[in-house]
Write a new protein. Structure first.
Length: 138
């Protein structure tokens, strides 16, 4: 069965317009929530409506046992990816925590046998240059 790990940007867009990316969630396969994505969503939730949306999302994915939590090995892989990106692409990690999160999402998705669904073409194409992972750009 296809496993689809949904990136933060898709959830944010769906919070604003539930019709967006409906096909990802209705097509065959299992949608997954990364614990890393959950951190990013919670960090951006500053009002009651946003907090409720994040809590409902977390409740649903927890209840259905579809939250992907990175393992120690995933953190090690993410560190390797970050190191390669710094060397090969000139990424400056001190200036952007989001690339570190994206590397952890990619590593944990691969461990879970999932495809990352994202709109973040720039960073995930760079990650794919140094790490073999499956990504669907939407």
């Amino acid at each position: 069965m296809l496993k689809k790990l949904i990136d933060t940007n898709i959830f944010i867009d769906r919070f604003e317009d539930p019709e967006l990316f409906r096909g990802i969630f209705q097509s065959p396969g299992l949608a997954l929530l990364s614990a890393v994505v959950l951190i990013e969503l919670r960090a951006g939730a500053h009002d009651r409506q946003s907090l409720n949306a994040v809590h409902q999302l977390q409740y649903f994915f927890r209840k259905t046992d579809r939250i992907v939590v990175p393992s120690v090995a995933d953190y090690e892989k993410a560190g390797m990816i970050v190191a390669h990106l710094q060397k090969a692409r000139g990424y400056e990690i001190r200036k952007s925590a989001s690339i570190t999160n994206d590397c952890l999402i990619a590593a944990s998705a691969k461990s879970a046998g999932a495809v990352v669904y994202t709109r973040n073409r720039k960073d995930f194409e760079a990650i794919q240059e140094v790490f073999d992972c499956r990504v669907e750009f939407v």
